[in-house]
Design a protein around this ligand. Structure first.
Ligand code: NAD
Ligand code: WQD
Length: 351
């Protein structure tokens, strides 16, 4: 039997397309809205190929209020998973207004339309980047202070603040339907669906480590620059909490189940880290990649990248306890699935 309908904003993108698979396989009806500014509609064809199920796709911008209003009128939406937004840290420093327009204003329009349609269940893509960077503590718990250091990160903090404010209205004795909101703070999502049919397809030269590594390995890029080898870590390179995208999207299904459970009967807005709790260095990633592919990965040490921390990983205990979710896949799975996607699709969806 079909469960209810989930609107997935940004559903054609890297994480959104994996979420669509998981939702369809769990029996939800899926409606996607995406303006395709950083994705291809082919990803959604592949989602349908993998699952043998269909979804409804609307090519629209979340800032387009009338388009969103029509979608909510057409579809019986119960819950929204909100992935749509821009995500490149460097670009956000060059184009802050574009980031605030897409991420913050886009979310405001979405929330207005949700209020008008009386849809008040929301799972939001937040990020570990919302935390105030710490040089003394590398493991981030949800209660640590927020304080992003770039426009992209600040757009996520602003959206979290807006959502906390919205949910607080319920506590003032409002008789309206309460908001039920999960803020999911992702650490470093990598990997791809095990079929190798969908994965991360960045435009131009990748900013993030994993897509850069795979493009070096297939010969599209010459060599990896390892940003800094003088950090106070065992091998001197930066440590991050890499999480398999399929584990990550499973956390979204658990979040929907949780906000619909008795625990959220009176509404609420709660943040959850989605990470493994384990950190790997840049050289750990390079080594795992070389082991998996049998290829030598050319790299050179370069200066540190501005704004980077030595080490950052999740305390994932709250998600384990309250969402009943823990990551299951290991680094070898992440590398193997990323590599399968890259080899099967050397030019991404354009292949
Ligand atoms: P992505 O760029 O692959 O997906 C985002 C999707 O949103 C794209 O398909 C894009 O076309 C769409 N989009 C952007 N602006 C839109 C708008 N105004 N209207 C409609 N659609 C729009 O990125 P992703 O890696 O899948 O990230 C999804 C979400 O997760 C983002 O909100 C991102 O900030 C967040 N996040 C990502 C990471 C990561 O490392 N990938 C980490 C933490 C948080
Ligand atoms: C990982 C490690 C780099 C590229 C970013 C965003 C964050 C979140 C996830 C959205 C670091 C090193 C990287 C390269 C390298 N996104 N590196 N050479 O910086 O942890 O997080 O993506 O919310 O907001 O900031 O991820 O993959 O860029 O870097 O040595 O060419 O790899 O220095 O130690 P990061 P990343």
């Amino acid at each position: 039997m079909d469960k209810h309908t989930v609107l997935v904003t940004g559903g054609a993108g890297f994480i959104g397309s994996h979420a669509c698979i998981e939702l369809l396989q769990a029996g939800y009806q899926v409606v996607v809205v995406d303006n395709l500014s950083n994705s291809k509609v082919e990803s959604l064809s592949r989602v349908q190929q993998i699952t043998g199920k269909t979804l409804q796709f609307y090519e629209a911008d979340i800032r387009d209020k009338s388009a969103l209003t029509e979608i909510f009128a057409e579809e019986s939406i119960n819950t929204v998973i909100h992935f749509a937004g821009l995500k490149a840290v460097g670009e956000s420093c060059q184009q802050p207004l574009n980031y605030y327009h897409n991420n913050v204003y886009g979310t405001l329009v979405l929330l207005d339309v949700m209020v008008a349609a009386n849809v008040k269940q929301l799972v939001f893509s937040s990020s570990a980047t919302v935390y105030e960077p710490s040089t003394t503590n590398a493991q981030y718990s949800e209660d640590l202070p927020l304080g992003a250091i770039n426009p992209y990160g600040r757009s996520k903090v602003m959206i979290e603040d807006i959502l906390r404010d919205l949910s607080a209205v319920d506590k003032l004795g409002s008789t309206n339907t309460p908001w039920k909101i999960a803020l999911l703070r992702y650490f470093n999502p990598i990997g791809a669906h095990e079929s190798g049919l969908i994965g991360e397809d960045p435009n131009g030269i990748p900013n993030n480590l994993m897509p850069y590594v795979t493009q070096v390995a297939i010969g599209k890029l010459k060599q990896l620059s390892v940003f800094g080898n003088d950090y106070p870590t065992p091998d001197g390179t930066g440590i991050r909490d890499y999480i398999h995208v399929v584990d990550l999207v499973k956390g979204h299904i658990k979040a929907i189940e949780t906000i619909e459970s008795a625990a959220f009967n009176n509404g609420g807005c709660h943040a959850y880290n989605l990470g493994t709790g384990k950190g790997y260095s840049v050289l750990d990633i390079v080594n795992a990649f070389e082991k998996m592919t049998g290829k030598t990965l050319p790299y050179q040490f370069s200066p540190r990248r501005a704004g980077d921390l030595a080490e950052c990983f999740a305390n994932p205990e709250r998600a384990a306890k309250e969402l009943n979710w823990t990551a299951e896949k290991n680094l070898d799975d992440m590398v193997a699935d990323t590599w399968k996607w890259q080899v099967q699709n050397p030019q991404g969806y354009a292949s």
